[in-house]
Design a binder for this molecule. Sequence first.
Ligand code: GLY
Ligand code: MN
Ligand code: MN
Length: 439
Amino acid sequence: MQISVREYQKRRRHLLDAMAPNSIAILPAAPVRPRNRDVEYPFRQNSDFYYLSGLSEPDAVLVLIPEREHGESILFCKEKDPSFERWNGKLTGQEGAINDLLFDDAFPINDIDDILPGLMEGRNRVYYSMGLDEKFDRHVMEWVNILRSKVRSGAHPPDEFVALEHTLHDMRLFKSSSEIKVMRQAGKISAKAHCEAMRVCKPGKYEYQLEAAIQHVFMQEGARSTAYPSIVGGGENACVLHYITNSDKLKSGDLVLIDAGCELDCYAADITRTFPVSGKFSAEQRTIYEIVLAAQYAAIDEVRAGQHWNNPHEAAVKVITEGLLEIGLLQGEIKELIEKEAYKKFYMHRTGHWLGMDVHDVGDYKIGGEWRVLEPGMVMTVEPGIYIAPELEDVDDRWKGIGVRIEDDVLVTKQAPEIFTMDVPKEVDEIEALMRGPC
Ligand code: GLY
Ligand code: MN
Ligand code: MN
């Protein structure tokens, strides 16, 4: 674990301090999800739960109760069970929750129906995010109904339910120095993997073979999972934004777009590079690529404290629209083309998103209807692109099927933006040199 248990404890303290008096917060762990018959998907903890606990087990519930005499941070988790552990590996147990994870109090998860209604009793406000886990929603309703059925004996069911996210997600938006360390490392590993894909790429290979090269580096470097399914799109597949089939043969003369990032200790990296399958850009590919690259540089330059969230997007849109106008893919007057969003025919997504424990991380983009002002500690992606789909009308054939995106992970600091993913080249000459090198 690269984040210390003290840090998890501090996060719980911070949230407890932000909660209303006489309230309770309830946060369940992620469920195990079935894949097929009795095979399950690899378990991935819910990010909010992990952020507050450091526990990566299912069948657990975290409860926070400010000012509770016998302890404010409580964990329900599985009881130690030698025969279960012989099959499935070690459990934390209640002693571990208190001694190792620094919870104030811990109970067996099997006792939750008996204990939780009592903990809810008399609290006015329940912080619980309804609608994310249907099965758990039903449990919460049952616990409330137990209290309702006892009002004539003086029980006080809660008056209001409030989503937990608002405060918690604002905390997650600002990365601590240890979170930044992990994200830097995730960026480095992912950059190394992209370099490897460039090195091993050649015509005739399949898209999934580049995916395999990337995944091999992730695993070798200790990142056991991708942060999201890798996109490896050769030729016009690069114009399909969420292409994850990755099954086609790579052809000489095409570009290949790879969007892949590892997950390290529950923190995501998110990199896209686009490069020529044969190692050399054609004139048209290079032209489009250079526009996207210039847009990305302009956008990264806007990732500064005091700028607002939309500044990088506006900078990218301007450079892309100018570029498309210059090469004749758009016609008209620059200001009007931007106002009418004419670029959306070729650039239909936004320039980035928050990045953290989730690849599309939590945190508000607007506050009071206004774009959020960037502050040190926020991490975002910067990922402009141009996609010239083959079916587009009024486009010269020579541009068709070219899809380019360039994506890096950027930290807002007090000074210049820090790029976590800069170890993988993105200049045309650098990419071509790397691909020429010995394999
Ligand atoms: N890989 C997902 C994204 O770039 O947003
Ligand atoms: Mn991406
Ligand atoms: Mn992204």
